[in-house]
Every structure is written in structure tokens, then in C-alpha cells.
Design a protein around this ligand. Structure first.
Ligand SMILES: [Zn+2]
Length: 84
């Protein structure tokens, strides 16, 4: 069993912005990649996040607000709930 400390979907959601910004450490980044391999749900979530991040990054530079992070989490929950 080489799968030590496997990443959960919830953790991926928390780390995905860091991942897309390249701000994630290599260990976490590897775990996230590993999770993406085995989780189609998170793969498509990451795809949507990429688009969202592109939109966000085209706006004036500003730290991501908590409100926006909440919205993204909510978006994921709604979406995850509809797939089951
Ligand atoms: Zn997942």
C-alpha cells in the first residue's frame, strides 16, 4: 500500500487555487495529481476552476475574497451533490 495520506476531494477543493497558482508544495502537488488520476469528479472540477481562475486573473489584481472562495466551495458542493 503505497498510498500514504491520500488526498480527499474536500482537501483538493481547498488546495485547488494554490495548485493553479503554482503555490502548492511539490508533495501536496503530487498528492493532488494522484487524486486527479483516480477521481473524475475532481478532474472536471479542476477544469472548471481553470476557467474561473482565468476570468479572475483577467481582473485587476486583488486578493481572492473570502466571499469568492465561499462561492467556489458552494459551487462545488452543489455540483458534487448533483452527481452522486
Ligand atoms: Zn475527488
Amino acid at each position: 500500500m503505497g498510498r500514504v495520506n491520500e488526498m480527499k476531494c474536500r482537501e483538493l477543493v481547498e488546495q485547488v487555487t494554490n495548485y493553479l497558482e503554482g503555490a502548492l508544495g511539490s508533495t501536496d502537488s503530487d498528492r493532488l495529481d494522484g487524486h486527479l488520476h483516480s477521481c473524475i469528479a475532481c478532474r472536471s472540477y479542476l477544469g472548471e476552476m481553470r476557467v474561473t481562475m482565468q476570468v479572475v486573473s483577467s481582473l485587476p489584481p486583488e486578493p481572492m475574497s473570502e466571499e469568492l472562495e465561499d462561492n467556489l466551495l458552494q459551487m462545488y458542493r452543489n455540483w458534487a451533490g448533483s452527481v452522486s
